[in-house]
Design a protein around this ligand. Structure first.
Ligand code: KIV
Ligand code: ZN
Length: 562
């Protein structure tokens, strides 16, 4: 989102329950973001990206505003290595972007990784080894804690030794106790502190300790407690950036990250739309837009989310689900009538309130953010189907087609349009709704039509208007004349003159049609038949007087329909 859009959202509310044991916490600033789309995301694709696709994705991530981008595992495969070299040799890395590479704590892989990043202005070397009891037993064949800690130390020492061999590159060091989420805390701490001892970071040259929620085994609050504990016990905390790397096995990647930030983490790794192993990595778009929606600037620009999503879907061949937070096709669509009514009220009220107070906080029922702030359009917010409430059709006609129907006309029009949706067995598009309204409620000429009129304003009888109109009644043309206190009243008397008086006019409204290509007026006339039936007709015409006559004629014709 753009900073100017973000300003209108309310800060996270301070939560203060009298009996809570947790300290009051909230998120007030954004973390350092690191995209792992090109590594964790790419390695999880059924069909990994080609180098050209990766280059396109890398550019996209830079445009979004990521300053740290993990570009892969260059020691693992030639494509990964070559991609890294192309970025560096073709000068494709913006000066303010730091690439990150991942490597296991294994000697030949670490050496090859240094060859890959040589010449980059700045690179994060991210080493990891798995630390959990399960991985120690199964993957490392009953390795002891000491064996695993030693792996970390040896890897850290080798990295430290290799840093001076690539003097053109400023190297930032990162260590992950992989499977941290399933590791005994004291042992995870031991591994991390051992690496900190080797690398000796300073507040001026910090290192990163990344604490992966590799497989989520627990609830987000426990994850946050673990992060908090690590933050309190890590050596040289002021020289260490604590980083989160959540996955989504329990469907709580976002929650775990948000709570982890409240627990003191400084940095977040994740991917666009949550791509990644199994259920995926953290969806950074989700967390960043959650922050935006509480007025927090994140440095990431998701103001054209549909365009971003289109590139993502094309190059990853993944799809974003219809209900995916912020990005899903349906997330700004209200099907329920009561929701539609409330949204209409909210948007109308906001339009009025922002005229006097442009900075007023966003507050529209059911819409956590203004869809326009992320490139979504209001057009798609409400679709009409047979289950929708009466306000939905009126909302569409108003917002999309500039027709502000009188409130008491909403049920009459709503019911007919919903019946139509029912008959067709599907939702109606906004254009179909307009067409149906024009066909069924505006300028209807089934029995009677008015083709021309002339008004004479009598100066002798003040306030009296004489209307002479050419009408077509059941195929025959006629001239009729009548007098009244206005054009409609005069026309009613003219109709009475030829025996067409079985009704009375009970209400009348008019307005200019907003946004139309020709400057048209819309008029609405409500009539009551002698048998008690009440209904509205609409007239649309460049002349406001003719629009009024057409509205009356429409209502009269509608009285004659079954
Ligand atoms: O999920 C994970 O544990 C990882 C590490 C390699 C950081 O991706
Ligand atoms: Zn991961």
């Amino acid at each position: 989102m753009n900073p100017s859009s973000i300003a209108k959202y309310r800060p996270f509310p301070p939560v203060s329950l009298p009996d809570r044991t947790w300290p009051d916490r909230t998120i007030t600033t954004a973390p350092i973001w690191c995209s792992v789309d090109l590594r964790d995301g790419n390695q999880a694709l059924p069909q990994p990206m080609s180098i050209e696709e990766k280059l396109e994705f890398f550019d996209l991530l830079c445009r979004v505003g990521f300053k740290q981008i993990e570009i892969g595992f260059p020691s693992a495969a030639d494509t990964e290595f070559n991609f890294c070299r192309r970025l560096i040799e073709e000068n494709r890395i913006p000066d303010d972007v730091t690439i990150q590479i991942l490597v296991q704590t294994r000697e030949h892989l670490i050496r090859r990784s240094f060859e890959a990043i040589d010449g980059a202005k700045r690179a994060i070397v991210h080493i990891y080894n798995s630390t959990s009891p399960l991985q120690r037993r199964v993957t490392f064949g009953d390795a002891s804690r000491e064996d695993i800690r030693q792996l970390a130390i040896d890897g850290a020492k080798l990295v430290k030794e290799l840093v001076p061999t690539i003097p053109r590159t400023e190297v930032v060091l990162q260590y992950s106790p992989e499977s941290f989420s399933d590791t005994e805390l004291d042992f995870a701490l031991d591994c991390c502190n051992s690496v900190i001892d080797v690398w000796q970071p300073t507040p001026e040259k910090k290192m990163i300790i990344n604490l992966p929620d590799t497989v989520q085994w627990t609830t987000p609050n426990i994850h946050a407690d673990m992060i908090e504990w690590m933050g309190r016990h890590l050596k040289n905390r002021e020289s260490v950036i604590v980083s989160l790397h959540t996955h989504n096995d329990r469907g709580t990647g976002t929650a775990a990250t948000e709570l982890g930030l409240m627990a003191g983490a400084d940095r977040v790794e994740g991917t666009l739309f949550g791509n990644g192993e199994r259920t995926g990595n953290l969806d950074i778009v989700n967390v960043a837009l959650n922050m935006n929606s509480h007025g927090i600037e994140t440095g990431l620009d998701f103001s054209d989310l549909p365009a971003l999503r289109a590139v993502y879907e094309r190059v990853t061949r993944m799809t974003v689900g219809e209900r995916h937070p912020y990005a899903g096709e349906l997330v700004f669509t209200a099907f329920s009538g009561s929701h539609q009514d409330a949204i209409k009220k909210g948007l109308d009220r906001r339009e009025k309130e922002t005229k006097d107070n442009p900075g007023i906080a966003w507050g529209v029922p059911y819409l956590t953010i203004d869809p326009q702030d992320i490139g979504r359009s209001y057009e798609a917010i409400i679709r009409i189907n047979s289950q929708s409430g009466k306000g939905g059709v009126a909302w569409i006609l108003d917002r999309e087609h500039g027709l502000d129907l009188p409130k008491t006309m909403h049920p009459q029009v709503g019911k007919t349009i919903y019946d139509l949706a029912d008959q067709r067995g599907r939702e109606l598009s906004v254009d179909e709704i307009r067409d149906a309204f024009y066909e069924l409620f505006a300028n209807v000429e089934t029995h009677l039509a008015v083709s021309d009129y002339e008004l004479i304003h009598h100066t002798t009888e003040r306030g009296t208007v004489e209307c002479t109109a050419t009408i077509v009644l059941d195929g025959g043309e006629k001239q009729i004349t009548g007098k009244g206190n206005g054009p409609i009243n005069a026309f009613v008397h003219a109709m009475e003159g030829i025996g067409l008086k079985d009704f009375k006019v009970t209400d009348y409204r008019s307005h200019a049609v907003r946004g139309g290509s020709d400057a048209s007026a819309a008029a609405y006339v409500q009539v009551q038949h002698d048998d008690g039936r009440i209904l509205w007709g609409c007239g649309i015409d460049p002349s406001i007087e003719m629009a009024g006559l057409k509205a009356l004629v429409t209502a009269w014709n509608l009285l004659r329909q079954d």
